[in-house]
Design a protein around this ligand. Structure first.
Ligand code: NAD
Length: 557
């Protein structure tokens, strides 16, 4: 197939789809893999808005513009194993000499010198076509749809249940805002954990997308109908989810007026981006679109004020007895800037629930079947269940996921694994490919939201024991460790999750194509990557991390 035939079939803007099967289009699986994952990121079944090349998280893009994307595709189709492609904020900018065990693609997205790292400066550059916002897995080509966040959300809700509700979320009501790419995982994660769920989004299209993908049970356009449904379900202990078309602030206010205090309140609107991610209170979607264009500063001011109001209601619910936590969208900071001075009076989800897992090198390990065949994922699920018979939490998750998770685009799976486990799983997948038990190679990656790959003081590194929240040497070391180890593609981004100025983070994906080369790379990368989490938390003074330094023989002095 020549280039124009390939583009016509797989990348006819805005209709993107990954090739499937085991026939190569690029020169090797090392370049076919990033090519497929890039196209998969933009597949309408996966991406929130392929017309704008937006994958998730407000404006998180996979490539800078359609022309730049074509160039990247062309390079990947032609690249050999002694060269690597350089991608700068979604545009191919060069090819360097490397070697077969080096990463095939080096990606840097949205990085700005710290003093210039503001949304205003970024927007100016973006307008001039010089940058794009890469979010975390959008610009690093390992987004796998809402499932990517599903298990993390399930773990978080379950951990919240364990900490505050004796491990039982039945008869408990969770209320949250935002049903977008990430936020859309909340209803299914909540019902999987046994809770009743009410999600609020201003955009009915977004809610309908969750109903279609099986992540949400009902859509409602009426507050009283939605309220009745969830209050009744909570009473009966029924794990159902309802998506209500409305402004989140208005609904929290109305619930307070009606004397309904949810058990858990959080939020997943794209608060990190006050211009494109949050719709100010009182505006219709249409009015918001217009105002955004004609008066962006006014829009941002209204947005921040609305977030202050929104956070104010969350604080009120906390006083009324709800467990309230920030779910990684920087809502507290935006609310604070908008005038709610008590915004930081509730915790973020990392110090509340996730940090102990980070100390074990645990995080969102994920993989995708390049064959496109769902049976390949089933084979990997079963292999993991056999290989880790004592990991009951993982087994429960995989069995639930098999029944309840619909794949979007290339079949994929996520499951939190830690030090030792990731390497074992990676080698197992490579063996399954070698033995022909899978129809094509597997790619193994993770979110940048991981144990040793991110500096984000309002999220992953909030309230570190030694106060090193803002030290971003760590994600840079992570990038270097994974580059040196031979990941298949690596990335370094700014601003993911919480917005420009607030985070720096590294990504990696490693290929399991059944070869000895892949085995070498997997052994190094899937050791180094979780080890970085243990090193980072040990250095910050966490006892669990210190114990894991010994358990995994990581002491180096
Ligand atoms: P998204 O942009 O796809 O979805 C955001 C949704 O919020 C949209 O559907 C939008 O209509 C809705 N919304 C905006 N203003 C609203 C309002 N006033 N009331 C009700 N709904 C409103 O974003 P996403 O991919 O779902 O990500 C959500 C946020 O979570 C982002 O800030 C992202 O950075 C963050 N995030 C969190 C995690 C995590 O692990 N917790 C991981 C990745 C991203």
């Amino acid at each position: 197939m020549n280039f124009s035939e390939f583009i016509k079939k797989y990348a006819n803007h805005p209709d993107y789809i990954s090739p499937t099967g085991n026939e190569l289009h690029a020169k090797s699986w090392q370049t076919e893999a990033p090519l497929r994952m890039l196209l998969n990121n933009l597949d309408r079944r996966v991406a929130e808005n392929p017309d704008e090349l937006v994958v998730y998280g407000g404006t998180g893009q996979a490539a800078r513009n359609p022309e730049a994307l074509l160039q990247i595709i062309k390079c990947l189709l032609e690249l050999d194993e002694n060269h690597s492609l350089l991608v700068q904020s979604g545009k191919a900018v060069g090819v360097v000499r490397t070697h077969p065990e080096a990463p095939r693609v080096f990606i840097a997205n949205s990085n700005l010198v710290p003093v210039w790292a503001t949304w205003d400066h970024f927007e100016k550059l973006k307008e001039r076509g010089l940058m794009m916002y890469g979010q975390m897995t959008a610009g690093s080509w390992i987004y796998i749809g809402s499932q990517g966040i599903l298990q993390g959300t399930f773990e978080t809700f379950a951990a919240c249940g364990a900490k505050y509700f004796n491990g039982e979320l039945r008869h408990k009501l969770i209320v949250s805002g935002g049903l977008g790419g990430m936020g859309g995982a909340q209803p299914l994660a909540a019902t999987m954990a046994g809770a009743t769920y009410l999600g609020i989004d201003v955009d009915p299209e977004r809610i309908l997308k969750r109903v279609e993908s099986g992540y949400l049970d009902h859509i409602s356009y009426s507050y009283s109908e939605a309220k009745e449904l969830v209050v009744k379900a909570k009473k009966l202990g029924k794990a159902i989810s309802v998506g209500l078309v409305a402004d989140i602030g208005d609904i929290l206010e109305q619930l307070i007026i009606d004397g309904i205090t949810p058990d858990i309140v959080t939020d997943q609107t794209s608060a990190h981006d006050p211009l494109f991610g949050y719709v100010p209170n009182g505006l219709t979607l249409e009015a918001a679109r217009t105002l955004r264009k004609i008066a962006p500063q006014k829009y941002k001011d209204l947005s921040m004020k609305s977030m202050a109001r929104h956070v104010g209601f969350m604080l009120e619910m906390q006083k009324l007895g709800a467990v309230v936590f920030d779910y990684g969208n920087n809502l507290r900071e935006m609310g604070f800037q908008g005038g709610e001075k008590g915004a930081y009076n509730y915790n973020g989800f990392i110090p509340e629930f996730i940090r102990p897992l980070f100390c074990e090198g645990k995080g969102p390990f994920r993989w995708a079947a390049l064959s496109g065949d769902p049976k390949d994922i089933r084979v990997t699920d079963e292999a993991l269940i056999e290989a880790f018979p004592n990991n009951l939490r993982m087994i429960t998750w995989l069995q639930k996921a098999q029944k309840q998770v619909e794949f979007q685009g290339l079949p994929a799976r996520i499951c939190w694994l830690g030090m030792g486990e990731r390497e074992k799983a990676g080698l197992l997948f490579n063996k399954l490919v070698r033995e022909g038990k899978l129809k094509a190679p597997i790619v193994i990656g993770r979110d940048h939201l991981d144990c040793g790959s991110v500096a984000s003081p309002n999220r992953e590194t909030e309230k570190m024991l030694d106060g090193s929240d803002a030290v971003s040497d760590w994600p840079l070391l992570n990038l270097m460790a994974n580059t040196g180890g031979g990941a298949t593609w690596v990335s370094f981004h700014h601003g993911g999750g919480v917005g420009m100025g607030y985070s720096q983070h590294a990504g990696m994906v490693v290929l399991a194509d059944g070869t000895k080369r892949a085995e070498n790379c997997i052994q190094r990368v899937l050791f180094n990557d979780p080890a970085m989490g243990i090193y980072r938390h040990n250095d910050a003074g966490y006892d669990i991390a210190a114990e894991n330094m010994t358990t995994f023989n990581l002491n180096f002095k």
